[in-house]
Ligand binder design. Structure first.
Ligand SMILES: [Ca+2]
Ligand SMILES: [Ca+2]
Ligand SMILES: [Ca+2]
Length: 197
């Protein structure tokens, strides 16, 4: 039987965890590595617009062609945006930046959705439109602070006050800022609680 003290902790932790970021990652070399849902001054797209962005990263040792894959901001709609080009290679250890700006007339690097700073989802699906390659569900984001894996490709997501669109993730000497951190519940004070994040 679980002590009532533990049940109370469960309730508190579940309540606390709900508004925060719940990463869901899947084994593989291709990952969603960093994103920004409220780009005020960080970086401009080729059209001079400070738009939302999503960075993919190839942690493997071979080229990955993402042409024909899908990106979405709604996991209920995996095929929202087709990466509509004949070939788009991410080399080993390379990063690739997409603009989440709903400006698809500007080319294949521009997605047909933006990211909600109040929190939503990003999903990357394979060319069959159903195989989930990677996803992240995130909470409230602040202007010019990105959210990404640190180090690149790891399962540890951090808010980053040194955004690195298209480059190696960097949390800086000051470390991550305290916003939208995923809550670790490893310290649940009872052995039967288990842990998740
Ligand atoms: Ca946005
Ligand atoms: Ca744009
Ligand atoms: Ca980066």
């Amino acid at each position: 039987m679980i002590p009532s003290r533990c049940l109370w902790w469960h309730a508190v932790l579940l309540a606390c965890a709900a508004p925060f970021i719940l990463p869901a990652s899947y084994a593989g070399d291709l990952v969603i590595n960093e994103f920004m849902a409220d780009n005020a001054t960080t970086v401009s797209d080729p059209q001079g617009e400070e738009d939302d962005w999503i960075e993919l990263y190839n942690s493997g040792s071979t080229d990955i062609d993402v042409a024909g894959m899908y990106l979405t901001d709604n996991l209920g709609n995996p095929t929202q945006h087709l990466i509509d080009t004949t070939s788009l290679i991410i080399g080993p250890g390379d990063h690739l930046l997409f603009w989440a700006d709903n400006d698809t007339v500007d080319g294949p690097m521009h997605l047909n959705f933006k990211l909600g700073a109040a929190g939503e989802q990003i999903g990357l699906y394979g060319t069959d439109g159903t195989t989930l390659i990677d996803s992240i569900t995130f909470g409230q984001q602040l202007p010019d602070i990105s959210y990404g894996r640190y180090p690149d490709g790891s399962n540890d997501w951090r808010s980053m006050n040194i955004p690195t669109p298209g480059d190696v993730n960097n949390i800086g000497a000051a470390g991550p800022v305290d916003v939208s951190e995923p809550i670790s519940i490893r310290s649940v004070p009872c052995g039967s609680a288990g842990s998740s994040r």
